[in-house]
Design a protein around this ligand. Structure first.
Ligand SMILES: C[S@@+](CC[C@H](N)C(=O)[O-])C[C@H]1O[C@@H](n2cnc3c(N)ncnc32)[C@H](O)[C@@H]1O
Length: 404
């Protein structure tokens, strides 16, 4: 990719702005991408270092404090009146001098605003006040950031070699001084498991979903042809589905879908889900089942087995093992395997794909895969790709596969 001139980027921005006004899919993401390109083209080295290495680390540290003292919730609840520095100091318990210094930086970074003598939330900070984003901030700061901070030391020690694929001696283990796999460490170190589960439920929120119109043709590929002769038939099994956020969205998008929906995850995740269900809440649109995906799939003959961001956590051998555990459950010519995963492209890497690839390197010593690599691990399990569906502005694609 050649370095674009400022005037070229401005032309791109204008075009993306027009597309945004027309509500074209992907236009908002293109505007953000081009805005980043504009900053990169304009910044001098001193400004780049100031932003990347002081302003942004300070911003994320202050936001982590904001979680502890519920700053965004207080500003959201104050509404248009906002809160003066002394009122905010009294409510958060942060001394007023420190509070003013921290919040001033949040204003400078456009996260909150200050006018008429009071601090105010912005649409962004008001949304960040929601529990799932607050937990996501804690996960990213407490768990992920130390792993990234540890990259230089870790790779100096490996003489700049990748850790062995899937190794239990990667940047995460080194940063957190643990021999445990990431998923076991989350369980062993409360409250990191609920923080991670919230992060998974929230990090793509607002993006187009695989089951939205124009992405994967659910009506044609899943609902048409669903076997209604078995009154108890299963439409979808969400394997490693976390708290079931994808299945909740699916049932909202397709409320008249036939068949049952089953959510599977590890026992601690399902137990936490059951424990959090208030007795008064309406019944879930899916059944939750504890299942270890390294063991054979217990639900046979479903229309589809859906794995979202599952195989990217594992090296090829273990990813193939997970797929092979599905194979005996698949009905030939009927059952589909749906992988919702990033498909890496060298020609046009996106920030969403590269940052997730580095998240995988940091925490699992694995990688995001190209289309050829996806085809290879599916083939190793006796499956074949039917089609890969993508959507503008969405990092992940829907890979539909079936028995080879
Ligand atoms: C990256 S998260 C993806 C969650 C969800 N599918 C999504 O995309 O939001 C990986 C999920 O795999 C689950 N998991 C990890 N090991 C598992 C195992 N052996 N059996 C079943 N689920 C497992 C985790 O608990 C977690 O919910």
């Amino acid at each position: 990719m050649a370095n674009p001139s400022v005037s070229t980027i401005l032309e791109d921005l204008a075009a993306a702005g027009k597309a945004y006004d027309q509500a074209e899919p992907g236009a908002r993401e293109a505007l953000i991408d081009r805005s980043r390109a504009l900053v990169a083209a304009l910044e001098m080295p001193s400004e780049f270092i100031q932003r990347s290495f002081w302003a942004e680390p300070a911003l994320s540290a202050i936001i982590r404090i904001a979680v502890d003292v519920k700053l965004f919730q207080l500003l959201r609840d104050a509404g248009e009146a906002g809160l003066s520095a002394s009122a905010l100091a009294a409510k958060t318990g942060v001394d007023v001098v420190l509070l003013q210094r921290l919040t001033r930086h949040l204003v400078a970074m456009y996260l909150i605003s200050f006018h008429h003598g009071a601090f105010h939330g912005t649409p962004l900070s008001d949304q960040l006040a929601a529990d799932n984003y607050q937990d996501s901030i804690s996960f990213c700061y407490d768990t992920a950031r130390p792993s990234f901070n540890h990259f230089p030391t870790f790779f100096q020690n490996t003489h700049y070699h990748s850790p062995p694929v899937g190794s239990l001696n990667g940047p995460f283990q080194s940063a957190h001084r643990t021999p445990l796999h990431f998923f076991d460490w989350l369980v062993a170190h409360p409250p990191n498991l609920p923080h991670f589960d919230s992060f998974m439920s929230a990090y793509r929120a607002g993006k187009a979903n695989w089951c939205d119109r124009g992405f994967y043709p659910v009506a044609d590929r899943l609902i048409a042809g669903f076997d209604t002769t078995n009154g108890d038939g299963v439409l979808l099994v969400d394997v490693g589905g976390g708290r079931g956020h994808d299945m909740t969205i699916f049932t909202q998008q397709h409320p008249t879908h036939p068949g049952r929906i089953i959510l599977q995850d590890r026992e601690p995740v399902i137990a936490a889900l059951d424990a959090s269900a208030a007795p008064t809440t309406s019944p879930r649109a899916f059944t939750a089942q504890a299942h270890d995906f390294f063991t054979p799939q217990p639900v046979a003959g479903a229309r589809a087995y859906y794995l979202h961001s599952i195989l990217h956590d594992w090296d090829d051998a273990r990813a193939t093992h997970i797929l092979r555990n599905l194979v005996p459950a698949l009905r030939r010519g009927y059952s589909r395997v749906l992988l919702n995963e990033i498909v890496v492209r060298d020609d046009r890497p996106t920030l969403a794909a590269t940052s997730m690839d580095l998240m995988m390197l940091a925490h699992f010593a694995v990688r995001e895969r190209s289309a050829a690599e996806w085809r290879a691990i599916l083939a190793a399990a006796g499956l074949r790709v039917v089609q890969i569906y993508s959507y503008p502005g969405v990092a992940e694609s829907l890979i539909e596969a079936e028995l080879a």
